[in-house]
Write a protein that binds this ligand. Structure first.
Ligand SMILES: [Zn+2]
Length: 313
């Protein structure tokens, strides 16, 4: 049996009380996946990690959750894709799929006749159709430092947005950011009626035990909120702040000298950093247009025109 058939047929089957871990493998689409059918009926939750191959906290948290979650403690089903963009993970490529250079999180819902990233997105969109809730586990990329926070989709039907907002409150992060994007994996799922979140923890091409444990704790809280696992409940709840981030992009290529750090609160007009050329001459000073928390920022020396420098809100 082809492994694609085994995953989709498992999702359509009435199997209970089982866990299966295998490589999804059809044509050139390959990724490690764990399918867990709980002992009791409940919701189906899809988790993906490694859509961006160098965002390691999400990948390691997915690996450890797949190992530790047990059918006996689960109501419903959990599907965990450990590393969706496996070639980007293997090649340590920031943001893109190795074979076509496309950012997988910009091509959803995908295209069955496109390049690998398009077909991978199409395949993951098929998986999303089986889900009652979808969580995409990210973190800062190789060149990005991150304050832990969660994105929720602002583009779907009001009840989808509200279900995502309530789920975001179950996480232990102090900021939830409303997104107006449409072609990301979670945004696209929301547009098709599946409430979803994108979690951001870790960054800079590293991972730590502390961050992975915090990640797993967040996902367990979320699964408890959805009724798929027993406790721990709680999370940030009403103390979590909602924002629509401001995204600052570089207007020229050059060298980037940030003046802030993730988590820092900035006032309007605070200096965020400056871009200089390779002779050290100042090209532009970037200031905050509004107050907010620094959510993530580029830390690489090299920046190109049109690429992100800082997101805050
Ligand atoms: Zn990412």
């Amino acid at each position: 049996m082809r492994h694609e058939e085994s995953l989709f047929s498992l999702l359509e089957s009435s199997v209970v009380g089982e866990k299966r871990a295998f490589i999804f493998n059809v044509d050139d689409i390959r990724f490690p996946v764990t399918f867990l059918a709980g002992a009791r009926p409940g919701k189906t939750v899809l988790l993906t990690a490694g859509v961006h191959g160098c965002e390691y906290c999400g990948v390691q948290a997915a690996v450890e959750l797949a190992e530790s979650l047990r059918p006996e403690e689960t109501a419903g089903r959990i599907v965990i894709v450990h590393a969706a963009n496996l070639s980007g993970f293997r090649e340590r490529l920031p943001a893109v799929v190795a074979e076509d250079g496309k950012n997988l999180n910009r091509v959803f819902p995908g295209d069955a006749s496109g390049t690998l990233a398009d077909r991978l997105a199409h395949c993951l969109s098929r998986l999303q159709r089986h889900a009652d809730f979808y969580v995409d586990m990210h973190g800062g990329d190789l060149h990005e430092a991150m304050f832990p926070f969660v994105f929720f989709p602002g583009v779907g039907a009001p009840e989808v947005t509200e279900a995502a907002r309530q789920a975001a409150r179950a996480l232990n992060v102090s900021v939830r950011a409303r997104s107006s994007a449409t072609s990301g994996a979670y945004n696209s799922a929301a547009l098709r009626g599946v409430p979803s979140l994108l979690v951001e923890r870790g960054g800079l091409g590293v991972w730590s035990r502390e961050e992975v444990d915090a990640y797993k704790d967040d996902i367990r809280r979320l699964l408890a909120h959805l009724g798929v696992l027993e406790g721990p409940g709680g999370g940030a709840g009403e103390s979590q702040r909602e924002t629509t981030p401001t995204y600052l992009e570089s207007q020229e290529e050059g060298c980037w000298y940030p003046a802030v750090k993730p988590g820092l609160e900035v006032e309007r007009n605070a200096v965020l950093g400056e871009v200089r050329d390779l002779f050290g001459r100042r090209l532009r000073v970037h200031c905050a247009e509004r107050p907010g928390t620094i959510l993530y920022m580029t830390v690489s020396l090299s920046v190109k025109a049109g690429t992100p420098l800082v997101a805050y809100g």
